[in-house]
Design a binder for this molecule. Structure first.
Ligand SMILES: [Fe+2]
Length: 252
């Protein structure tokens, strides 16, 4: 069992985008890697995660039962091994025709049973396609969270304008912590900070896939955020808004 008594980073961050369920996508390879990832997350200050396995037609289509079975397995493991660390279930949905029907039928998951859904696209999908698709989700009564927004070339090329249009339409914006650690280069990182300063980012999440290269370690991301923003912003992006998702409350 992880010794949770003398940890000094008891800040209670919530990771809203991560791939910790084994055998359902390209995330955790097995239960022991999942546990190692959750331990790293705990040591970075997280106290909860929403597991978001990929759902992509023709690529990742693990069915609901399989996902739930593997999720419940790691859930009981984490309850035993890391007391005080909670996990919830969701999906990262690669947008395609028919995903709204799948959501309505309960075949794919919203985030932690809320009205929020995590949606991704291809990096080179056009801004107009991304916007139109997200509108479709809004019109169906859900609140879309755009996964790793910094990856979409046309969304980002206008500096803040396109992101602003999405936010005005009711879309919430998620950024990966690794981008703030500098993994996509300093140009993108600078744009992300500009978006944060313009109040256009709602979540920073890890999108972790393993305990190695794509781990949930936050050290570098936090170091950079402390330099560029303030404690209140860090807590809002890494904790408060994700807690509102879990509680299905409005986010402004
Ligand atoms: Fe992801």
């Amino acid at each position: 069992m992880l010794n949770t008594n003398n940890n000094t980073t008891n800040v209670g961050y919530i990771d809203m985008h991560c791939h910790i369920i084994p055998h359902v996508d390209d995330g955790a390879k097995n239960s022991s890697q999942a546990l190692s990832m959750m331990t790293q997350a705990y040591n970075s200050g997280f106290r909860a995660m929403i597991a978001t396995p990929h759902y992509e037609v023709g690529r990742y289509e693990a069915n609901k039962e399989e996902i739930e079975k593997n999720f419940n397995k790691i859930k009981s493991m984490v309850e035993q091994e890391i007391p005080g660390f909670k996990i919830y279930l969701g999906n990262e949905i690669f947008f395609s025709y028919g995903v709204v029907d799948k959501l309505n039928e309960g075949e794919i998951n919203t985030l932690a049973g809320s009205n929020y859904v995590l949606v991704e696209f291809s990096p080179n999908d056009s801004f107009s396609y991304i916007k139109k698709s997200l509108y479709e989700i809004i019109n169906a009564g859900y609140t879309p969270v755009l996964a790793h927004t910094e990856r979409y070339e046309e969304v980002m090329e206008s500096e803040i304008k396109n992101v602003e249009k999405l936010v005005d339409a009711g879309v919430l914006i998620q950024i990966n912590s690794s981008t703030l650690a500098g993994n996509m280069g300093i140009g993108i990182r600078r744009k992300v900070i500009k978006l944060i300063k313009n109040d256009l980012i709602h979540f920073i999440s890890t999108d972790c896939h393993s305990d190695g290269r794509r781990s949930p370690d936050l050290t570098e991301c936090i170091r950079y955020l402390q330099k560029k923003t303030d404690e209140e912003t860090i807590n809002r992006l890494l904790r408060d808004n994700a807690l509102k998702v879990i509680n299905n409350e409005d986010i402004d």
